[in-house]
Design a protein around this ligand. Structure first.
Ligand code: HEM
Length: 442
């Protein structure tokens, strides 16, 4: 076994679990500079986060809480091997020949059932590399920055204006429109000008529905019917876009790139749909939760005074919420990982939500500290690792920064006036997070 497959050798590590799995409210006290009441606010923020999880993924939340105490990797009957250690998780994700996405009982099988082949998240090896290579130019940091500047300018300006006017803004709706709009541009969809916001929002909601196919248990017939209805509607949108543009799509759009690879629209629509899903669902889960954490813990005001800390706040927000809480691989052969023997066909459930609280990489992991300086060695595990590392990484970073900067720059105190955790969703998040700027220092 190479070093790369070893779990983190952290002395606190999984007694670390103790710290990581400490009951709410049992975290270490805040630093000397923390204002009075700060630890109470941390506790409140964590209670809200727990509610968000329990509303949509209670089983996953309980599984993560229980296994975090137990060690780097555990065999759980009916689930497979559950991995909580950052080093071990990374090694598995990088050894894609031993631990591919595809295999019996994996998430890839569920994706294929609804989207067909070519959906990236259900591909391995050479075919996966070919599609990623075709799409790489669309997801460079430079293109992500240009897209955010051009495509996101209008919704960002609207958010700024609404907050300045003292209006209540639902950050979930805002994020759906922002990401729906961006993904339409990327994929090559042009909604009618009089139905832009509605179409962007609808696409994001269809994507949310479709994403629920990914689950530890198989979907019931009723759930499958509802998911298939969402898929049909999404495919209609895709076909419409290709029809209205005479099949040429926007120049440089993903539609054209996939066609250049020799895929027909039918063959390409799995990839198009997964892009829509991945690009909207993760962001709609992430941004409102990060905003809520900053407001609940009183740290949004710090960002107002130190806007240069936005990037750190995003990294810490993503660590704390781990928007994609888990991913799965299937052992392709009998092998060993982290000293554990694994037989072919074993499901490896990587609990990113535990990995992101690995105390070796993130001391006092249950504390949300927007100014935390992350060790580069941690490599943002919430975006995955190995060949399936998040394709939209640069785009997500740009969009989160643009949206968070508006909140940080608001003149006045941003308050949460209403919140409701989402139910029946893949990624834990809010169904509504309404905020308003009121009197008081930011
Ligand atoms: C905060 C935002 C985001 C987070 C936390 C996130 C997280 C992740 C993670 C953990 C994976 C790897 C899953 C695995 O290994 O099984 C992934 C894959 C992916 N992400 Fe993201 N993502 C985000 C935003 C986006 C955006 C904006 C896009 C835009 C298109 C995107 C597109 C994708 C795609 C296409 C994949 C599949 C890559 C492949 O299988 O080769 N993501 N993401």
């Amino acid at each position: 076994m190479s070093d790369a497959t070893a779990p983190s050798r952290c002395p606190v590590a999984h007694a670390a679990g103790a710290a990581a799995a400490a009951p709410l409210g049992a975290s270490a006290p805040l630093g000397a500079s923390a204002p009075p009441g700060a630890s109470g606010r941390q506790l409140l923020a964590r209670l809200h986060e727990a509610r968000v999880y329990l509303s949509s993924q209670p089983v996953l939340w309980l599984l993560a809480s229980a296994t975090r105490r137990l060690g780097a990797a555990q065999r759980i009957p009916g689930v497979g091997v559950v991995v909580s250690d950052a080093g071990l998780a990374r090694a598995i994700l990088q050894r894609d020949e031993d631990f591919p996405k595809c295999g019996r009982g994996g998430f890839a099988e569920q994706i294929t059932r609804v989207l067909g082949p070519n959906a990236l998240g259900n591909m391995d090896g050479a075919s996966h590399r070919a599609v990623r290579a075709r799409l790489a130019a669309v997801f460079t940091p430079a293109h992500a920055a240009a897209l955010t500047r051009d495509v996101c300018a209008a919704p960002i300006a609207e958010l700024r204006a609404q907050l300045a006017a003292g209006r209540t803004v639902d950050l979930v709706t805002f994020t759906r429109r922002l990401t729906g709009r961006t993904m339409c541009r990327i994929v090559g969809l042009t909604p009618p000008p009089d139905r832009e916001d509605g179409t962007h929002e609808e696409l994001a909601m269809l994507a949310e529905r479709l994403s629920t196919i990914i689950h530890l248990q198989s979907a019931s017939d009723q759930e499958l019917r509802s998911i298939e209805a969402a898929r049909t509607r999404l495919f209609d949108h895709l076909r419409e876009c290709c029809d209205t543009s005479d099949g040429s799509g926007l120049p440089g759009s993903v539609v054209n790139r996939l066609r250049a690879l020799g895929l027909t629209l039918d063959e390409a629509r799995g990839a198009l749909t997964i892009l829509l899903v991945a690009g909207t669902v993760s962001m709609t889960a992430a941004f409102p939760r990060i905003a809520a954490l900053l407001i609940d813990t009183g740290q949004l005001g710090d960002l107002h005074r130190h806007p240069e800390l936005v990037a750190r706040a995003i990294a810490e927000g993503l660590r704390f919420v781990a928007p994609v809480p888990a991913t799965m691989r299937i052992a392709a052969r009998d092998t060993t990982v982290g000293g554990m023997r694994v037989t072919a066909g074993t499901r490896m459930l990587i609990l990113t939500m535990n990995v992101a609280r690995d105390p070796c990489l993130f001391p006092r992991p249950n504390r949300f500290d927007a100014s935390r300086v992350h060790d580069p060695a941690a490599r943002q595990p919430w975006y995955g690792a190995g060949p399936h590392f998040c394709l939209g990484f640069a785009l997500a970073q740009c969009q989160l920064a643009a949206a968070l900067t508006v909140l940080a720059e608001a003149r006045g105190k941003v308050r949460i006036v209403r919140r409701r955790p989402a139910r029946h969703v893949l990624l834990p998040g809010y169904a509504c997070l309404a905020v308003r700027v009121g009197a008081g220092a930011p």
